[in-house]
Each structure stands twice: as C-alpha cells, then as structure tokens.
Design a protein around this ligand. Structure first.
Ligand code: G3H
Ligand code: ZN
Length: 286
C-alpha cells in the first residue's frame, strides 16, 4: 500500500541499509517495479521525473495509476510514491495530486532562493505528512533535461538546507546521472563523511546506475539511505526488447503484438530492481 516516506527512510538510515528509488515511465514499468518489491517483500520508492509525469499524462494520472496498480496486483509491501528532481511548481502539483514524497531540486537557483523555496515546500508538504528531499551541490550529467555540472556538495550549505526541516538530502559527491564515463574517479567518500558528520538526516545517492556495488554499499554504511536508479532499468529493458524483436521479426504475430513485445522488457526491469534491492540490503517486511 502507499505510505509516506519519512519513517521508512529514517529507519533505513538507522539500520544501515537503503531504500531503492526506481523511476517509472508507464504501466509496464510500474508493474515491474511493484512486482519486484512484492517478490523481495521489501519497501521501495517508485518515482517519476517531471518529464515522465508529463509523458504519462500528469501527476494525478500517475498517482492514480500507481495506486490502482497496487490494488489490482494486491501489493502488500509499503510503497512510497515520490517526485524526482521537481522544480517548485512540479513539487506543488505533486503534493496536490497525493504523492507521498517530493524532491525539490533547486541546484540551478542561487543558494538563497533554493533555501527559501525549500522552506516553503517543507511547510506545504509537512502539513500533509509528505516528505521533502532537497539537493545540495549537483549531480553530474543529464536526466530528463535536468543537467548538472557535478559540483561537490558544500558542507555549510548542506547544514543550512537540513535546517529547513527537509527529510532527506541529495548531495553531489562525484555521482553522475546516466552512464559513467570510463575515466570516472569514483564517489568522494571524504566529502560524504564530512556531510554525514555535519547533518543528521538521511542522504540520497543519485545516479545509482553503474556505480560499483562495493562503492554503493560503502556509501550506505556512511549514511546514505535512499539510492536512485533509472538508467540501468532503461538499458536492461531496451536490451531485452531489442533481442526479442530481432528474434521474432518474421513471426506471424509475435513480432508486433505489444503485449508480447513488451513482456521481456518488463521482466528485465523486474530483475534489475530485485538485484538492486539485494545490493541495498533492504530487509523484508514481516
Ligand atoms: O534521479 C534519478 C537518479 O538519480 C537516477 O540516476 O539514471 O544514473 O540511475 P541514473
Ligand atoms: Zn537524480
């Protein structure tokens, strides 16, 4: 069932594991992510970027889709519905539409404005029990039109953002959206340690696709309690569908029946999500 996120992510921080936050794009992705959570009997965060929500028909539609899919699949594990990298208007719209959690990504604003807008959204969201994630520094690369230079999170700014009452903090620690370049230097654990020493709320690791598992687990050990994964699901999905189409392109119906064509992609997403839940050490719920 849909639940709010604050306590679950705080519990992960205390227990030194993380909750996976997986991006959805449509009905099949939603079903795959929910099925993986149910299979592992573990809580997860299902999230949409602004671009995905627009693509799917808006925040209300997404909220209803997730809620109704949970019902029809008889999903019993806790599911948190989250807005990923929202601007101010998107965060407000997601709060109004009944999301359980929102990220306000103000990395492109000057810091004072980021702080003020974060504060306003915390008041709005907390009045409804909705959690808020803010961002300090930036995540390198690009995700759905959100572009970041990848500058390291400033510890002083992290403290000021944490003081607004936010529930989780996304921090730039050398992480990058999308595929990591061959010459990537790895996560900056020194900065991560400085940040977790300075703020008490859970930190969020963005750009979870392609980070070596030992680095992810080390980050979790240092206080990361939410890990975002998007690209890895897209790659797994595309690979299996491409293979299926190649193999069945001359078949009478298999080659074009959408329910058949999309099925291997859905299965690939489910497997990817399950694997990440294991890597993050999310324990099963009783
Ligand atoms: O906000 C979403 C994530 O940070 C996903 O990053 O596509 O590199 O896994 P990724
Ligand atoms: Zn991100």
């Amino acid at each position: 069932s849909l639940v709010h996120g604050t306590e679950i992510v705080a519990g992960a921080q205390k227990g030194h594991y993380a909750i996976g936050a997986f991006n959805t794009n449509n009905l099949e992705w939603t079903r795959a992510i929910l099925a993986a959570a149910q299979e592992k009997n573990a809580p997860i965060i299902i999230q949409t970027s602004m671009g995905a929500a627009k693509y799917m028909g808006g925040y209300e539609l997404v909220q209803h889709l997730v809620q109704d899919t949970i019902k029809s699949m008889e999903i019993t594990v806790p599911i948190i519905m989250h807005l990923d990298h929202g601007n101010y208007d998107a965060a407000k719209a997601a709060i109004a539409a009944g999301y359980n959690s929102v990220m306000f990504d103000g990395h492109d604003l000057d810091f004072k404005e980021n702080l003020e807008k974060t504060k306003e959204l915390v008041a709005l969201a907390h009045a409804k029990g909705i959690s808020v994630e803010a961002e300090v520094g930036s995540i390198g690369g690009e995700e759905d039109g959100i572009i970041g230079a990848g500058e390291l999170a400033d510890v002083e700014e992290a403290k000021q953002l944490a003081a607004t009452g936010i529930d989780f903090l996304a921090a730039g620690i050398g992480n990058i959206h999308g595929v990591y370049p061959a010459n990537w230097q790895g996560l900056n654990f020194d900065r991560l340690k400085e940040l977790t020493d300075a703020v008490s709320i859970p930190l969020v690791l963005h750009g979870g696709s392609g980070i070596p598992v030992d680095q992810i687990q080390k980050a979790i050990g240092l206080g990361v309690a939410k890990v975002n994964v998007n690209t890895e699901q897209q790659i797994a999905w595309a690979k299996e569908i491409r293979k299926y189409i190649e193999e069945n392109k001359d078949h009478e119906t298999k080659g074009f029946d959408p329910r058949k064509v999309l099925a291997p992609g859905t299965e690939a997403i489910k497997n990817t999500v399950e694997e990440h839940i294991e890597w993050f050490g999310t324990p099963s719920v009783k």
